[in-house]
Design a protein around this ligand. Structure first.
Ligand code: DGL
Length: 271
């Protein structure tokens, strides 16, 4: 079982920021990535829909014999993880809890900001998870729905994106929040822009980084660490999408440390 891959899924390309962290921190692990590019975005959909989508994706990933699953999407972690976890016989980890934990541990002012999709913010999951770590921490949360399409358009440095981000971040600039969770998979790609807008006094938390660390612990605890030979050339990664494979590969090749040349299309509604 320990030589089987880790299944990683997201609504589309955003979860590649999580896959990238897993590649960096756990280079021996094989990965099967699924991006639900036909049904993205998840951030504006209902909880019932996201649970249904997540169950289908997990059924698909299990056909690839994954030994563990990473829900590399904040919205799916917020809406579906607690429901699907008890249904599974393999370990699963989402991105929200690791991100919330590190923010709660590192804030000095006791004021934490969270930005994410409408669904993630509406679920209040970051606020509630941080309160479990420390009920005295105040959480200021804001949905930033326009940032996802801007990132997908590749406008990572565009002045329109700066303008939109500045407007969303204004309430944080007027507060003494010292820690901001980038609670959406796309936002770490805007990290340097967010840093410029907020200044160095605000610590930016990337849940992807903490999730990869959490995955390492999860694999250790379940005796699932791949201790075999590492090829470290990107050949032990498989990519599947539900639509537009070419566009996915183009995006992936901009952000992953390895070039991928093979992304397969899956009819996810059949699972
Ligand atoms: N991957 C999603 C998330 O992290 C963002 C994109 C979407 O709305 O599907 O919440």
């Amino acid at each position: 079982m320990k030589y089987e891959p880790v299944g990683v899924f997201d609504s589309g390309v955003g979860g590649l920021t999580v896959a990238r962290e897993i590649m960096r921190q756990l280079p021996k692990e094989r990965i099967v990535y699924f991006g639900d590019t036909a049904r993205v975005p998840y951030g504006s959909k209902s909880q019932e829909t996201i649970i249904r989508y997540s169950r289908q994706i997990i059924r698909f990933l299990k056909t690839r014999n994954v030994k563990a699953i990473v829900v590399a999407c904040n919205t799916a972690s917020a809406f579906a993880l607690d429901t699907i976890q008890p249904e599974l016989d393999i370990p699963i980890i989402g991105v929200v809890k690791p991100g919330a934990k590190i923010a709660a541990e590192t804030t000095r002012s006791g004021k934490v900001g969270v930005i994410g999709t409408e669904g993630t913010i509406r679920s209040r999951i970051y606020t509630e998870t941080i309160a479990k770590h420390d009920p005295n921490i105040q959480v200021m949360a804001k949905a930033c729905p326009l940032l996802v399409p801007l990132v997908e358009e590749g406008w990572l440095k565009d002045k329109i994106t700066v303008e939109v981000a500045t407007r969303y971040l204004q309430p944080f600039l007027e507060s003494d929040v010292d820690t901001l969770i980038m609670g959406c998979t796309h936002y770490p790609l805007l990290r340097s822009m967010l840093r410029r807008i907020l200044g160095n006094q605000v610590n930016l938390v990337n849940p992807a980084y903490e999730t990869a660390r959490g995955l390492k612990r999860l694999l250790q605890d379940n005796d699932l660490v791949n201790d075999g030979k590492c090829t470290a050339d990107g050949k032990h990664y498989e990519f599947y999408v539900s639509d537009a494979a070419e566009k996915f590969m183009e995006f992936a090749n901009n952000i992953l440390p390895y070039d991928i040349d093979n992304t397969q299309l899956i009819h996810i509604e059949e699972y």
